[in-house]
Each structure stands twice: as C-alpha cells, then as structure tokens.
Design a protein around this ligand. Structure first.
Ligand SMILES: [Cu+2]
Length: 268
C-alpha cells in the first residue's frame, strides 16, 4: 500500500497539462484509430486482446481500440484517479467518485481499491458495451481479463491504465450479477476540455474555523450550483483546505455535497 501511495504521489507530481500533446492527431476524424506510430510493443499486446468480447470495435492488428479509447502505457499517464468500491449497510454498492470527467487525450491511471466485503470489478466501456457484457455475465459469471477492466477480491487493489482518444459519454461499472442494479455504475464524460470553466465560484467571508472537526462557518452569497440563497452556513473542509483559510478572510469558493455533507471543494 505504501508503494502504491508513493507511486500515486509521483504520478501527481509529474502530471502534465492534460491536452498538451493533443495536436498530433488533429487531422484525423473522430473515431479514426491512431496508427502504428509509437506502438513499439506489438508482440506483448496481441494475446491480451485475442479474445475481444466487444466484436466490431476491435482492430485487425489485435489492438482493441474501442470507442472509449485504448489501453494506455505507463509512460503516457497524465493523471491518476483513485477509485474505491464498497457496500453500505443499506445494501447499496458504491463507486467513489460517482462520476468521472476526463479531457480527450488524457491517459488515466485508475488506481482501484476494493474496500468492500464482496468481490467487485471496474469495467469501462460504452453504455451499450456494458449492457451487452452485463447480459453475458447474467448468464454466466465469468472473470474477464481485458485491459479495460480489473476484478478485485475484498481488500484488493489494482489498476487500469487507459487512453481516452474519443470524446463522448461512457460508463464505468461493476458487471458482476446484481451489482450494477445495486448502484455500481457512473458516467465518464470525455470532453475536448475539462469542464473546470463551468464551475461557478461563490463569494463568502470566513466567520469561524474549527480545524479539529474539519468545519468552517462561512457567511456566503448565493450558491448557484446548489441553488441556495445567501446565508451563513457550516461547511466541511479537509485539512489542506482549512490550512489555507483564516477567520475574517474574504474568499471565492465552490461548495458541493461530498458524502451527503456540504463541503468546500475549491477556494481562491
Ligand atoms: Cu461489484
């Protein structure tokens, strides 16, 4: 685990702007498959994809380039996203985060941890691809070993490295029978640019900070994204966020519901 954390930290430290290298395929049309340049590892790849369950999307040379993209290479990773899988006491099965926003051209390392007490999997595909796959799984729970998925025993961790070469709305899911229906799916939005610019900041003044309990009281203007009027409220904030705050400070911030609690997620 320590190793994984360290790797993740390094990956973050070297995270490059997501679309810095997007221009080399500029002339191609959207679903066009990137050709052989840079694929030095043909031999090792072919057999992994030999039994491609997503017929039609596979490529003649054995590289399964799917609508959602293609297996990514360690060296190309631009960002790591931690994903956890778990169950709760209400019988729901959960992914955290619940949705993923990705910029076209990013190669993502999904670092997946199964914090639950059941076996789970993380599969990324189109909605149709997942639906088809789910139907097959319902007939027979088979364990796949495709590069777009990882299946983990309780307490296990693993990763999927994936290059998102097409824009669109895709899906991450657990297709073990019954799990999708219990909540284990969420959207993956791949867009030309990250949706960051859409985030609306609200103004506020920090009235009180309780670092111990991770709470901060803010006298704030309207919270547009949450459809709330101006008032004084208590928000959650993590340690790093609280470290940047001081009482009496005027801030611009974004609040969102994190695990049901209003939390300061961005501040400037
Ligand atoms: Cu599951």
């Amino acid at each position: 685990m320590k190793n994984l954390l360290l790797t993740t930290a390094i990956a973050f430290a070297f995270t490059a702007p997501a679309y810095a290298s997007g221009s080399h395929d500029g002339g191609h049309d959207k679903v066009k498959v990137e050709e052989a340049d840079g694929h030095g590892d043909h031999g090792g790849h072919g057999d992994e994809n030999a039994e491609d369950a997503h017929g039609g999307e596979g490529h003649a040379d054995g590289h399964a380039v799917m609508m959602i993209g293609k297996p990514g290479k360690e060296a190309d990773v631009t960002r790591t996203i931690e994903v956890t899988m778990s169950e709760n006491d209400d019988g729901e099965m959960l992914f955290e985060p619940t949705s993923l926003d990705i910029a076209k051209g990013e190669t993502i390392r999904f670092s997946i941890t199964n914090k639950g007490e059941l076996e789970h999997e993380f599969v990324i595909d189109t909605l149709a691809g997942n639906a088809e796959h789910k139907e097959m799984m319902a007939k027979m729970d088979m364990e796949h070993d495709d590069p777009n998925s990882v299946r983990l025993d309780e307490g296990g961790s693993g990763e999927v490295i994936w290059s998102f070469v097409n824009e669109g709305t895709f899906e991450f899911a657990c297709l073990i029978p019954g799990h999708y229906e219990s909540g284990m799916h969420g959207p993956i939005t791949v867009s030309e640019k990250m949706a960051q610019a859409d985030v609306e900041y609200s103004t506020g003044k920090i009235k009180k900070i309780n670092a111990k309990s991770g709470k901060v009281t803010i006298v704030h203007g309207p919270l547009l994204s949450l459809d709330m009027p101006a008032m004084t409220m208590v928000f959650r904030a993590d340690e790093a966020m609280i470290a940047k705050m001081s009482e009496g400070q005027n801030i611009e911030f974004v609040a969102d519901r994190v695990k049901g609690k209003l939390t300061v997620t961005e501040m400037k």
